[in-house]
Design a protein around this ligand. Structure first.
Ligand SMILES: [Zn+2]
Length: 122
């Protein structure tokens, strides 16, 4: 399933982060999720322990949040703010489904990692 592939990528990104910070063990990782990624935060949080099982980061607590994104309608120029998971974009003004969205609206990325000796990313 889609969310397991994403969760595996997140686990790899956390491992990389840990290696770049002297191998300190991560405790909590915050993940930004695009509103158009097709996932909701809960399904990614649930997929993570399964996807990360057997790796050095399987016990990391994952906190996933939808990141706000603003898309622009190519039909009439109206902007639409996305604040939660969206399956289908439709312009309320003109009915167009043709939107220009920032790349992060479809992405998944690590926003912060807390390592065992304390937060390092302030
Ligand atoms: Zn429009």
């Amino acid at each position: 399933m889609h969310e397991y592939g994403i969760a595996e990528e997140v686990a790899r990104a956390i491992i990389r982060y840990s290696e770049e910070h002297g191998g300190a063990h991560p405790r909590t990782a915050w993940v930004g999720l695009g509103a158009l990624s097709g996932l909701d935060p809960e399904s990614l949080e649930e997929a993570y322990p399964i996807a990360a099982k057997g790796t050095a980061v399987e016990d990391v607590r994952l906190v996933v949040r939808i990141e706000r994104a603003e898309c622009r309608c190519r039909g009439c120029g109206a902007t639409l703010a996305l604040e939660g998971p969206v399956d289908l974009l439709l312009c309320e003004q003109c009915g167009s489904a043709d939107f220009e969205c920032p790349p992060h609206a479809r992405g998944t990325w690590l926003t912060r990692v807390e390592l065992e000796e304390g937060p390092t990313n302030r």
